[in-house]
Design a binder for this molecule. Structure first.
Ligand code: Q9C
Ligand code: ZN
Length: 365
C-alpha cells in the first residue's frame, strides 16, 4: 500500500490547549505523525509517496473563502498587535445568540475578535507554522485520493493536523481544514459518482456532517462517543439523518463509555451495510485511533486486534478506499495501531510483536 507523508506537519506545534478553562500540554502533537511514519517505514507492505501541490480551489470547494483567508494571514496579523502570546486562542467567541435578530456582525479589525469569529473552542491554537502545515495536510489527503484515481485500491494519508471537526465556515477540535471532506468533494467531482465516508474516530465528525448534510451523493456514517458526554457535545445524535435532498445520507451511531471490540464491530456492521447499499465509487475513511483503550482523552476500550479486523471489514466492501488520519492520542502505540488497521485492509496477518508494553498515559513517548 502506498501512503503519503509530508514533514511540514512538524511546523504545527502549539504547546498548550485549554480544556475546561485549564491550560494543559497539547494532546495533538507532532510525534503522533512521526510514530505513524516510523511504523509504516519499518514494514515492507508500505511505500511512501510525497504529496503534490493542489492549490486552494479544492479547499474553497467546501470551505468559506473567508476561513481560508483568515488562516492564511492570522499569524501575521496577530503578531503585528500582540507580541506576548505564544499562540492564537479566542477569548470572545461569536456565539449565535449574541447578534440574534440583528444580522451578521461587521468584519472585525481586531485579531482577537477575528479568531473568535472563526474558531469555536479553546483547544485549537494557531502558531506560525499552523497554516503551512494545514495546507500540507490537505495536499497529503488529495494526493492520497490521486493514488486511488490512478488505480490503487487502497491508499493512506498521514494527515496532520486532522480535519473532521472543521465545518464549512469555522475551525475547532484540533482541525483547521477538513481534509476528509475536501477529499470527498474532490472525488465526487472527479468521478461524477457517489462517495461514502466512514468516520471511525472516537469523536463525531461534526464538520464533515455539516458540510454534506444536504447532499444526496455523499453518505456520512460515524461511530463515536455519545455527544451526551463526549466532544463535540452538540452534534452527532442518532436522530440527525440529513436534510433536504440529503435526507437519509447521514448515519450516526453514538456509543456508550467502555465500548469493547465486540460491541464496536457489531455496530460497525450497521455502518458498513449502509455503505454497501449506497453503491459508492469510493470510500473515504476518517481513521481515528482515539477509540483505543489506553487513549488519554477518550473512554472506549478497543484493543489492537480490533483495528486489524476493522481494516479487513472495510476492505471487504470491495470498493476503493482512501484512508486519512484523524485523532489518536496514545502516542506509544499509535503507529502500530495504524499499521495493523492498514495490514487488516491489505489482508496481511495481525502482527502484535512490535507493540511495546508501556505506561498508562500517552505522554511517556
Ligand atoms: N472537554 C480529534 O480527535 N478535547 N479531535 C475534548 C473537551 C478536544 C479531538 C475535551 C477533542 C478534539 C481530531
Ligand atoms: Zn477524535
Amino acid at each position: 500500500m502506498r501512503y503519503v507523508y509530508d514533514p511540514r506537519h512538524l511546523l504545527h506545534n502549539p504547546a498548550t490547549e485549554v480544556q475546561a478553562g485549564i491550560p494543559i500540554p497539547m494532546f495533538e502533537v507532532p510525534e503522533r505523525a512521526e510514530s505513524i511514519r516510523r511504523a509504516l517505514e519499518a514494514d515492507d507492505a508500505f511505500t511512501t509517496s510525497d504529496p503534490t501541490e493542489h492549490g486552494t480551489e479544492p479547499i474553497t470547494a467546501v470551505h468559506d473563502p473567508g476561513l481560508l483567508g483568515y488562516l492564511e494571514s492570522a499569524w501575521t496579523e496577530w503578531r503585528r498587535q500582540i507580541q506576548h502570546a505564544p499562540a492564537i486562542f479566542p477569548d470572545t467567541v461569536l456565539h449565535p445568540t449574541v447578534r440574534e435578530g440583528m444580522g451578521d456582525a461587521p468584519v472585525t479589525r481586531s485579531p482577537v475578535g477575528a479568531v473568535g469569529r472563526w474558531c469555536w473552542d479553546t483547544m485549537t491554537g494557531i502558531v506560525q507554522g499552523t497554516y503551512p502545515a494545514a495546507r500540507a495536510a490537505v495536499d497529503v489527503a488529495l494526493t492520497t485520493a490521486d493514488l486511488i484515481l490512478g488505480g490503487d485500491r487502497l491508499a493512506y494519508g498521514v494527515a496532520r493536523p486532522p480535519g473532521h471537526h472543521a465545518p464549512r465556515g469555522s475551525f475547532g477540535g484540533y482541525c483547521y481544514f477538513n481534509n476528509a471532506a475536501i477529499t470527498a468533494e474532490y472525488l465526487a467531482r472527479r468521478t461524477g459518482g457517489r462517495v461514502a465516508m466512514l468516520d471511525v474516530d472516537y469523536h463525531h465528525g461534526n464538520g464533515t456532517q455539516q458540510i454534506f448534510y444536504e447532499r444526496e451523493d455523499v453518505l456520512y456514517a460515524s461511530l463515536h462517543g455519545h455527544p451526551d458526554r463526549a466532544f463535540p457535545y452538540f452534534v452527532g445524535f442518532a436522530e440527525e439523518r440529513g436534510a433536504g435532498a440529503g435526507e437519509g445520507t447521514t448515519l450516526n451511531i453514538p456509543l456508550p463509555a467502555g465500548c469493547d471490540d465486540a460491541t464496536y464491530v457489531a455496530h460497525l456492521g450497521t455502518a458498513l451495510d449502509a455503505i454497501g447499499d449506497f453503491q459508492a465509487e469510493v470510500v473515504v475513511v476518517s481513521l481515528g485511533i482515539d477509540t483505543y483503550g489506553q487513549d488519554p482523552i477518550c473512554d472506549f476500550a478497543l484493543t489492537t486486534p480490533a483495528y486489524h479486523e476493522v481494516g479487513a471489514l472495510v476492505a471487504a466492501l470491495d470498493c476503493p478506499v482512501v484512508i486519512l488520519q484523524e485523532g489518536g492520542y496514545f502516542v506509544p502505540h499509535l503507529g502500530e495501531n495504524v499499521r495493523q488497521w492498514l495490514r487488516g485492509a491489505l489482508g496481511e496477518p495481525l502482527d502484535l510483536t512490535r507493540l511495546s508494553p508501556c505506561g498508562p498515559t500517552g505522554r511517556s513517548g
